[in-house]
Design a protein around this ligand. Structure first.
Ligand code: AGP
Length: 573
């Protein structure tokens, strides 16, 4: 997802903007740029690629600006080219705009611009916002902002400069978050608290707009001044790697305490009734891995599906059922849309999210937080584990309550397999298929392991039910093909032993993730984990898979925390 920063009242405006953008790199991006409000007008400097490229372009630039905005772009409308980079200038160069979100009526707005003789130069929807602001500007910036917001449909967080008022920033938002900070003699804004340096931090409310000046910020809604909602400043400790080589490794190692916070916070919360669990990517895997536990807990058939599939599914009646929407960021557009659709179909919607006051928690009538703490690495680790721990805490029947409380200790012990994970990583080849397989609760875990490996090493990794391997995919098994077998349920041991033998008979190399000695002995290499109840195993069994992917990615020299093409949260459908 895109990132926005802005500062006014700063003598070191270029440094302030670039440092803010660097703190948003974790969100994933493919280009970056800044705009400066100079005495001679608005200036933009933009570049494709990493922020280091932008720094090179900014080297040596001297400016009299004290106010500016910046942006990291994750391309949706239009390729990652310099023309499509933000900030975008309006046709009269009066406004510069940065935007996070999607303008759904961009086709009509592009036609409106062309009807008025303006030919947008980029493929983006964001540039149109700049032109609309200039069309609507008749000397009153806030009036122009309000009129423009009324012309937009979709989700947006926007920051704009106006050449006529070079020490002011105008902010507006609908759905996509935007935070405003007030410091000593300067005011700033950002998409995420980790990029703010401020004593007081406020959340710009949905549908609100604001004027930032060096002495503070004014908040408005529908033409009236409103009081802003203050939120706790961001704990910057989460934004530093703390001696780890990558955020991903730091966050893998934080999992025991993250899970402990989750289990403690949710002990006593119960999930009951007929459940439909919905998520995307790793959050869907957390849902799938909790499905057997949900059915054990409720005694009823339960379902797990991706948000995308739910949105295009038949509109069956959801009355009397609970939809559990799972999302680390709480901003995934498909999941937020699925929450709204579930409510329309009559489901009682519960959000399970990691980010407080995120869009998903606002859309759902009820919500619980997973308390994983801010997750910086694009590939989720503690986010997934905390989701699994949260579902375990809310679903586990009373006899398993003590085992749930001990999950953090089991996760801690699972971290000890790091050495074996490095050895297992050497069995993986950059251009050769790898398989991750499991049954029942281990299926969701195996899918998550495959996704982790794909997204940070780019190795073609397949996740599937262990029982499905023989129904076609086994054709890909050849000498040396690595097959990661996740096995935690003693009742399925015979099946797992047979699967291991079947793979090895064809030259495949079995990497077992298991507490079981016999299954470990049947593998070429074992990543040992402590035994926990099989229905609670995902939060523990995933740890070796995370370490395996991490060690393989480091060995391949990949950009572990910012994999190509990925965003931390996909805020577009
Ligand atoms: C990141 O590692 C995941 N691979 C990604 O699939 C993520 O889980 C998905 O985009 C959903 O994000 P969310 O949990 O923030 O909704």
């Amino acid at each position: 997802m895109c990132g926005i920063v802005g500062h006014t009242g700063r003598r070191d405006i270029i440094a302030a903007l670039v440092e803010g953008l660097e703190k948003l790199e974790y969100r994933g991006y493919d280009s970056a740029g800044i705009a400066l409000a100079e005495s001679g007008g608005l200036k933009t400097v933009r570049s494709v690629g990493r922020i280091s490229r932008l720094r090179e372009k900014l080297a040596g630039i001297v400016t009299d600006a004290r106010c500016g905005i910046g942006h990291t772009r994750w391309a949706t409308h239009g390729k990652p080219t310099e023309v499509n980079c933000h900030p975008h200038l309006s046709f009269g160069r009066r406004f510069a705009v940065v935007h996070n979100g999607i303008i759904e009526n961009c086709r009509e707005l592009r036609a409106l611009c062309e009807d008025r003789g303006i030919s947008p130069v980029s493929d983006t929807d964001s540039e149109l916002i700049a032109h609309l602001l200039e069309f609507n500007y008749e000397g009153d910036p806030l009036r122009a902002v309000r009129k423009t917001a009324d012309m937009l449909t979709g989700s947006f967080a926007v920051a704009a400069l106006l050449a006529d008022f070079p020490d002011e920033i105008y902010a507006l938002r609908r759905t996509s978050p935007l935070l405003i900070g007030v410091g000593r003699g300067y005011t700033c804004l950002a998409s995420d608290g980790c990029a703010l340096e401020a004593d007081c931090v406020y959340s710009l409310g949905d549908g609100q707009y604001a004027r930032l000046t060096p002495s503070g910020a004014e908040f408005y809604s529908r033409g009236r001044r409103v009081s802003p909602r203050k939120i706790p400043p961001f704990d910057a400790a989460h934004c530093v790697r703390g001696g780890y080589e990558h955020f991903m490794l730091k966050e893998i190692c934080e999992q025991p305490e993250a899970a402990a916070r989750t289990v403690e916070a949710l002990s006593g919360r119960r999930l009951r009734g007929r459940l439909l669990m919905i998520g995307c990517g790793s959050s869907y895997h957390a849902a799938l891995s909790a499905l057997p536990l949900a059915e054990r807990a409720t005694g009823k058939a339960a379902c797990a599906t991706t948000a995308g599939e739910f949105l295009c599914s038949e509109k069956t009646d959801g009355r009397g059922r609970t939809a559990v929407l799972i999302s680390q960021s709480g901003e995934t557009a498909d999941t937020v849309a699925a929450a709204e659709e579930a409510a329309r179909r009559g489901y009682s919607a519960l959000a399970v999210a990691n980010v407080p006051r995120s869009s998903l928690t606002r859309v759902c009538r009820r919500s619980v937080l997973t308390h994983a703490g801010p997750e910086i690495s694009v590939a989720t680790t503690k986010g997934f584990t905390s989701q699994a721990a949260a579902l375990s805490a809310m679903l586990a029947p009373p006899p398993l309550a003590e085992e749930v409380r001990r999950l953090p200790f089991a996760i801690e012990r699972a971290l000890n397999c790091d050495g074996d994970a490095s050895a297992a990583a050497r069995l993986l080849k950059a251009d050769k298929a790898a398989f991750f397989i499991g049954r029942k609760s281990d299926l969701g875990t195996a899918l998550e392991g495959a996704l982790k490996l794909r997204e940070i090493t780019y190795i073609p990794a397949f996740g599937l039910s262990a029982g499905e391997l023989k129904h076609g995919s086994i054709a890909l098994i050849e000498e040396g093909t690595p097959v990661v077998l996740v096995h935690t349920d003693p009742q399925l041991k015979d099946k797992s032993l047979l699967t291991a033998a079947t793979v090895r008979a064809r030259g495949g190399r079995v990497i077992a993730v298991t507490p079981d000695d016999e299954v470990a002995a049947a593998a070429d290499l074992a990543l040992r984990i402590p035994a926990v109840h099989p229905l609670l195993s995902p939060a523990v069994a995933v740890v070796p898979l995370q370490l395996l992917a991490y060690r393989a990615a480091v060995a391949l020299g990949r950009d572990v925390d910012k994999p190509r093409n990925l965003a931390k949260s996909v805020t577009v459908e």
